[in-house]
Ligand binder design. Structure first.
Ligand code: EPS
Length: 351
């Protein structure tokens, strides 16, 4: 099973991370890692900070002559934007400032901000690119799609969703405001039988929810692309894909569909009322450097997070320490079971 840890601050020297338990023998996807970082950095709605960062990543451990070795993978990403945090007791609303100062006994919110910043997801994106690549070569495709922004639908059936998104972002920026939204993850090619109902924490949806909920701006997670709360059971039974590929905590061989709600970035250029943590005095705060929306960037990190969970579920089910070992076990399972699709109570086996 894989585990990871990250370290570093938003404007410190560098960010670093370790992914332990990743299989041996996987070609090192250096260009793919860079591409995931580029997609995250240049995602729609980011702040000017992204123009100063180049997210140059160095893979510093766990690889030899172009292949992973099974040793912990380590990555290092230098920050271009370096600055000594300016001490401040002003609590930014809807950020980690207040909770962080109370928890760690700090009187300076900048120390909280430096680590609570979503900048940390740059490391997760780099580390998760390894499982995402391995999922790809194992026949599991993971993609994301933004379905709403600032309260407006962006479904592909909507007229020109990309232009609509640009306009929503431009309008929010002109008002000094920010926007939340929703994205959907689609994970195809997952074999049936991953996860378990035997314990709540082993349910596959629990594992996706844990990892996706760890992305800073993600505040809601549901399984299935439709508003499942709004449909009767009879409709759901005749369209079982509504439950998003996981039933009873176990993958059923269908596409896994997970929908995530992303909050608006709280750092707006519109002045917000707050208070000073030290003096308790009322204060006002506004920010001009923040992102307009985190939805697009979060979706890139989420693709990797979904791959991390999927690969971990594969490792739990099939075991194995190298690409060859895992691939051959997966292929035996797929030959035996294919994808089991249940339509109106009938079981059809699709090879
Ligand atoms: C962030 C605030 C902004 C974002 C940052 C996350 O940075 P700054 O404080 O420099 O204006 O740009 O995101 C990144 C740097 C990144 O790479 O994602 C925050 O407070 O979470």
């Amino acid at each position: 099973m894989m585990k990871y840890l990250t370290a570093g601050e938003s404007h410190g020297e560098l960010l670093t991370g370790i992914l332990d338990g990743f299989p041996a023998g996987v070609p090192v996807p250096e260009l793919f890692v860079q591409e995931q970082l580029r997609r995250r950095r240049t995602a729609l709605g980011r702040s000017t900070r992204q123009q100063t960062e180049n997210d140059d990543v160095k893979i510093t451990g766990g690889v030899y002559e172009g292949r992973t070795t099974g040793a912990p993978l380590s990555v290092l990403i230098k920050n271009s934007s370096r600055k000594k945090p300016e001490p401040s007791g002003i609590i930014r609303p809807c950020h980690a400032d207040y909770g962080g100062m109370v928890k760690y006994g700090l009187e300076d919110a900048s120390l909280v901000r430096e680590r609570a910043s979503a900048r940390e997801t740059v490391v997760r994106t780099a580390l998760f690119a390894f499982p995402l690549y391995m999922c790809g070569i194992s026949g599991i495709r993971i993609s994301s799609e933004i379905i709403s922004l600032g309260g407006k639908s962006l479904r592909p059936c909507d007229n020109r969703p990309a232009e609509k998104a640009e306009k929503i972002i431009a309008d929010a920026k002109a008002k000094g405001d920010t926007a939340g939204g929703e994205f959907v993850l689609k994970i195809s090619g997952v074999p049936a039988g991953l996860g378990s109902y035997s314990q709540g924490f082993r349910r596959l949806f629990t594992e996706y929810a844990e990892e996706l909920g760890a992305i800073p701006a993600v505040k809601g997670i549901s399984c299935g692309g439709v508003d499942i709360a709004d449909i009767p059971g009879s409709v759901m039974n005749s369209a079982p894909e509504c439950t998003g590929g996981i039933d009873g905590g176990i993958s059923n061989g269908r596409d896994i569909i997970i929908r995530c709600v992303v909050k608006p970035v709280p750092g707006t250029a519109v002045t917000a009322r707050t208070s000073d943590y030290i003096t308790g005095a009322a204060a006002e705060i506004c920010s001009t450097t923040s992102d307009i929306t985190a939805v697009y960037a979060a979706a890139v990190t989420a693709e990797g997070a979904a791959a991390f969970v999927t690969l971990n579920a594969i490792l739990e089910k099939f075991g194995g320490d190298s690409l060859d070992e895992i691939s051959s076990r997966l292929s035996v399972w797929r030959q035996r079971h294919g994808n089991v699709i249940s339509v109106s109570g009938e079981e059809n086996r699709l090879k």
